[in-house]
Design a protein around this ligand. Structure first.
Ligand code: MEV
Length: 438
């Protein structure tokens, strides 16, 4: 059971640790030492991490792995992946190698439009509201000029602003629905600042022109970007002649493998339970790169799954076809991500990952992420329709189990050898270690 405290945020970092360890841990000194062991040895760097969020007590590590050999639009990339799940990086690397000799991955950004909305309630003459909006629209947009000036120089800014009557969905509900382009920035701060400025001006102008009748009333409820970005889209594709898919070591012909892949993806298209897991596999690849590049994985996740349900039925984000002897697998994703601003210059590992990727533009990064998702999807479905997922999974998982048992280096080497031909379970690994004590 946790304890209540007032003014926790006002305590120094050391006082916070003191309170939290003394009130929650059997051995407060050991608990403090554990936290401190994850601090950076460079106090300046640690301070920077401390300041990313509030009430920081330590860092929480996740591994950064590299999946090399990605041939994307004719250039080779090594992808940085931050993820806790074993086998994801290995699967990405395998898929990359597989496609590198079959034409590689092709990726294209379809559009980069982002959305922001001002939600408001209005009672009164809706025709007068529409007339007022059309008359004042340009002036209204002018009030954001100090915010949009720089963005316009970088090819972005406000693309459109529409008044929408949402009265059918909720009484008196209207919105200003805006489209934006934000260059290489994810753009959340830019969009939200523009919206808040617009909302203020909209209210002011309305007070002067529109709300002169006693029975008319306008109330801004909120102004916020939308993480649903179905017009900020990227598409990644792989394709090759069906016969190039043959898996010789398993004796599987190209055509039977291709047909099984197509069937597996078709199942994910028509069956929501399967679609969710299928898309989860895609997001294994996408999120790992989103995290490595300091982008907002919650925003990406929310937007991607809403897109997968855009027809009213949740479905697969990828497709697979065989046409005229060519196997093709394609993934289309809404991805609002950035390569400037946010953590990009502040987090040393994000900076490192960006350099690894050749300091890409936001559009290039969208392409790389979609490719990471497609590679992961291909690898996962390939395992599922051939060997099954557990074989590869458990092999990688073996190391985690060995670490749980605190196995020595010798024990690990012997176990990896032994379990090449045995089923990996926690019990089996435990029994093996009991027999092989060092
Ligand atoms: C596991 O993290 C991801 C998979 O379940 C994806 C899939 O089933 O396609 C293997």
């Amino acid at each position: 059971m946790s304890k209540m405290i007032n003014g926790f945020s006002k305590l120094t970092k050391s006082e916070k640790i003191d309170w939290i360890t003394k009130t929650h841990f059997k051995n407060p000194e050991a608990a403090r030492k554990e936290l401190e062991s994850y601090w950076s040895t460079d106090p300046k760097l640690q301070n920077r991490h401390d300041e990313f969020i509030e009430n920081t007590v330590t860092n929480f590590y996740l591994p950064l792995g590299i999946a090399p050999n990605f041939l994307i639009n004719g250039s080779i990339y090594s992808l940085p992946m931050v993820i806790e799940e074993s086998s994801v990086v290995a699967a990405a690397g395998n898929a990359a190698k597989f496609w590198s000799t079959r034409g590689g991955f092709k990726a294209t950004v379809l559009d980069t439009i982002k959305v922001g909305q001002i939600h408001f309630l209005f009672t009164g003459d809706s025709i007068a509201l529409k007339q007022f909006f059309e008359k004042r629209k340009e002036e209204l947009l002018q009030t954001t000029k100090n915010l949009t000036k720089n963005m316009e120089q970088r090819g972005g800014g406000i693309i459109s602003c529409e008044l929408i009557d949402k009265g059918k969905e909720m009484p008196d509900y209207y919105q200003l629905h805006l489209k934006f382009k934000t260059g290489d920035a994810m753009g959340a701060n830019f969009i939200n600042s523009c919206l808040e400025q617009l909302a203020k001006s909209f209210e002011e102008f309305a007070r002067l022109d529109l709300l002169t009748q006693a029975d008319s009333h306008l109330e801004i409820v909120m102004s916020i970007l939308s993480n649903y970005v179905p017009e900020c889209l990227v598409r990644a594709t792989v394709s090759c002649p069906v016969e190039d898919l043959a898996i010789e070591k398993n004796g599987i012909s190209g055509i039977s493998f291709a047909k099984k892949m197509v069937a597996a993806v078709a199942i994910a298209q028509c069956e929501p339970h399967r679609a969710v897991t299928h898309n989860k596999g895609i997001m294994n690849g996408v999120d790992a790169i989103v995290l490595a590049t300091g982008n907002d994985f919650r925003a990406v996740e929310a937007g991607v799954h809403a897109y997968a349900a855009q027809t009213g039925k949740y479905t697969s984000l990828s497709t697979a076809t065989i046409e005229e002897g060519q196997f093709k697998m394609e993934l289309t994703l809404p991805l609002a991500v950035g390569t400037v601003g946010g953590l990009t210059k502040l987090h040393p590992m994000v900076k490192w990952c960006m350099e690894l990727l050749g300091n890409p533009s936001a559009e290039k990064l969208m392409e790389i992420m979609a490719v990471g998702g497609l590679a992961q999807n291909f690898a996962a479905v390939r395992s599922l329709v051939t060997t099954g997922i557990q074989k590869g999974h458990m092999k990688m998982h073996l190391l985690n189990i060995l670490n749980q048992f605190e196995a020595t280096k010798n024990q690990k080497e012997a176990a990896v050898e032994y379990f090449k031909n045995e089923v990996v379970t926690v019990q089996a690994v435990g029994a093996f270690l009991e027999k092989n004590t060092h």
